[in-house]
Design a protein around this ligand. Structure first.
Ligand SMILES: [Zn+2]
Length: 182
């Protein structure tokens, strides 16, 4: 598996691309979420280390097939219009979730689960953003990088890229900027 695989609005995957080594995350949030095995192992370490601070993370979305992405995209176009959909969700074949290397993180606290923009101001999220590189993850769609990534700020969406994550974090880069500089 190429952990540096670039998928964005101009670099897509074919309809039949299915990532290697998909495993069940056994997420409490929802049944049947799959991601790449190395990614899950890395996430487990992060998840366990966070418990020291009484922070409880889980995965609320992982691998999404081309067909599933097609459904999400089409329903958002219907609901909110083409322009909104284009900025906030990937077209089928252009979602990083199809790589099996991207996860959407949720936070459990006070007996509830929180997702997406709900977690934006949480201390948990601050910790997540400043520590996830130690486990091989980057915040894939940071603030003020919308023009480069093509996406609005997504505090919940992490991307596994392995050993280059600390370099990307320390130099305040996006995956696009990193790959272009190579
Ligand atoms: Zn995501």
């Amino acid at each position: 598996m190429n952990y540096r695989l670039l998928v964005n609005k101009t670099n897509g995957l074919s309809k039949d691309f299915i990532p290697e080594e998909l495993v069940d995350t056994k997420s409490e949030y929802k049944e049947g979420i799959l991601i790449n095995e190395e990614v899950l192992n890395a996430f487990r370490k992060l998840q366990n280390d966070a418990k020291v601070f009484t922070y409880n993370f889980d995965i609320e979305s992982g691998y999404r097939s081309y067909d599933y992405q097609e459904k999400i995209y089409n329903s958002l176009v219907k609901e909110k219009g083409f322009n909104y959909a284009l900025r906030s969700v990937a077209k089928p074949g252009y979602s990083e979730h199809q790589t099996g290397l991207a996860i959407d993180v949720c936070v459990y606290k006070d007996g509830k689960s929180y997702i997406e923009h709900d977690i934006e101001e949480f201390p948990e999220t601050k910790w997540l953003h400043s520590n996830c590189h130690k486990y091989g993850f980057i915040l894939r769609y940071p603030k003020e990088k919308e023009e480069i990534t093509g996406y609005m700020y997504e505090p919940w969406h992490l991307r596994y890229i392995g050993d280059i994550a600390p370099y990307i974090y320390n130099n305040d880069l996006t995956l696009e900027e990193y790959l272009e500089s190579k």
